[in-house]
Design a protein around this ligand. Structure first.
Ligand SMILES: [Fe+2]
Length: 263
């Protein structure tokens, strides 16, 4: 056998380097070349509008509701990526839930209808998907409606073996309200905040539909259940923030998102 090192030695030594880094950092590397892939997705409040009655149709295409007579109103979006653990390994059979407001800012929740608005009956409002062997997931949905006090956001929960591992929110780069959103500003470090603000781009040059990729990186510890009913609008909590009619056309929204990004 030749004494020239076999190329296999190269990945092996990189692997050892990574293992020693993982040992010295407790599994979380916060700087260096691996930082982007291993930034833990920050937590966020589940908010007051996790559906209090789940729709019959719970698949990962929210643009078509079972029994709906037409597609949901709004700008169609798709987002997806991989579910990873803190070591960067894909997580299979993780369940990712999405809930969000419709084009009018209304949620599937008995208190989730915006003043003077009606919920779009053709919008599913909630969906879930299980990750495959590569940890991949994908949703087809619409841009959430904009309403007073918040920027555009998707609510996400990750479950593993029925345990909630992460509750978070996903944001859209270029939306001016991102700068002023109290929830976004309170989420983790700057690096973590940037990891939940994704660029949504047209799927093709002549497409009106927008797409983004988003990898979700979770730690190993299940999260404590959030005490529902104590947030805004819940019993014992402050009254819900008034949600003004936010008349934003689809074109306005597209301009907001595709215009110059502050990030
Ligand atoms: Fe919300």
């Amino acid at each position: 056998m030749s004494s020239i090192p076999h190329p296999f030695h190269i990945p092996l030594s990189r692997r050892k380097l990574l293992q020693s880094l993982l040992l010295t950092t407790g599994g979380i590397i916060t700087s260096g070349v691996y930082a982007e892939a291993l930034t833990l997705t920050p937590r966020a409040t589940e908010g007051p509008y996790y559906p209090d009655h789940l729709p019959l149709d719970q698949d990962n295409d929210l643009t078509m509701a079972l029994g709906g007579k037409a597609p949901a109103r709004g700008v169609v979006t798709e987002f997806g990526g991989r579910l990873l653990n803190a070591d960067g390994k894909p997580i299979e059979n993780g369940v990712i839930e999405l809930w969000q407001s419709d084009n009018n800012g209304c949620y599937i929740h008995s208190r989730g209808t915006q003043q003077g608005k009606e919920r779009d009956p053709n919008f599913q409002g909630y969906g879930k998907v299980e990750t495959n062997a590569k940890g991949e997931y994908r949703f087809r949905t619409i841009l959430p409606g904009l309403y007073t006090g918040r920027t555009l956001h998707y609510h996400i929960r990750v479950k593993q073996n029925e345990k909630s591992m992460l509750t978070t929110q996903l944001f859209i780069a270029g939306v001016p309200q991102n700068d002023r959103d109290g929830i976004l500003r309170s989420m983790g470090t700057e690096e973590q905040r940037l990891s939940v603000i994704r660029e949504f781009k047209p799927m093709s040059s002549d497409s009106k539909e927008l797409a983004a990729t988003w990898d979700i990186v979770i730690g190993h510890t299940p999260e404590e259940p959030e005490q529902r009913g104590r947030g805004p609008g819940g019993p014992g909590g402050p009254p819900p923030r008034r949600r003004d009619s936010a008349e934003v056309s689809e074109q306005d929204l597209r301009d907001l998102i595709l215009g110059p990004s502050p990030f």
